[in-house]
Design a protein around this ligand. Structure first.
Ligand SMILES: N[C@@H](CCC(=O)N[C@@H](CS)C(=O)NCC(=O)O)C(=O)O
Length: 208
């Protein structure tokens, strides 16, 4: 099989999720740089890859995909390597619940409202940060309650739920408030230490 292509930037949380899946499967892939926030805008050709102008987009032997969950599932199922999805219906459902929750309630609050606001704004909006932290607390509390016993979110098997959560939490803890809140949830803090120690996390770290 030819090596797949991922379009995106190393600063992107969602690109990192897809890259971690590729890394964990041991797949050789090409990362085509696509800066979604470039001053001159998104190149016109990219519209064919992602009609909503987001990253990542993916291509493999002419098969194109966007939406990170779809990309990650395809990567897991179309290539050799360790299975990144549980075999049983309940495990898969729990994985989908976690990734859906992170997309719907975690990403904006933890990445944008807390970390980006605190770290990248000259005059951070404290109301936005406080609201983001409240929402992040709910996400971390629910993640704790859903987490199965074992090293990873679904137990002993590393799954797409771990690869989805890691870049979001990784961005969140760049802010001091994020680190402090994570410490309130020791099971998730312990999980984060483990996932952050994996080569797939180190290899997808944004280059400074
Ligand atoms: N639902 C999309 C979300 C992707 C997404 O929001 N990516 C961010 C970068 S982490 C992006 O492209 N943001 C550009 C924008 O919001 O205009 C997916 O799962 O792939």
């Amino acid at each position: 099989m030819n090596r797949p292509t991922l379009y995106g930037a190393d600063y992107s949380v969602y690109v990192r999720i897809a890259r971690m899946a590729l890394e964990e499967k041991g797949i050789d892939y090409e990362l085509v740089p696509l800066d979604i926030f470039a001053a001159n805008g998104i190149p016109a050709w990219y519209q064919e890859h992602h009609p909503f102008g987001r990253i990542p987009a993916f291509e493999h032997d002419g098969f194109r995909l966007f939406e990170t969950n779809a990309i990650a599932r395809y990567v897991d199922e179309a290539f050799d390597g360790p299975a990144l999805q549980p075999a049983d219906a309940r495990g898969r459902a729990r994985m989908g619940q976690m990734t859906g929750m992170l997309d719907a309630y975690g990403y904006r609050a933890m990445v944008w409202d807390v970390a980006v606001e605190r770290l990248e704004k000259a005059e951070p909006d404290e109301t936005l940060i406080a609201g983001g932290l409240r929402q992040a607390e709910t996400v971390l509390r629910v993640l704790t309650s859903l987490k199965a016993p074992g090293a990873w979110l679904l137990g002993d098997q590393l799954t797409l739920a771990d690869l989805h959560a890691a870049p979001i939490v990784g961005y969140f803890v760049k802010a001091a408030e994020g680190q402090k809140l994570l410490a309130v949830f020791p099971e998730i803090q312990g999980w984060y230490k483990r996932i952050a120690a994996r080569p797939s996390f180190a290899r997808t770290e944004k280059a400074d």
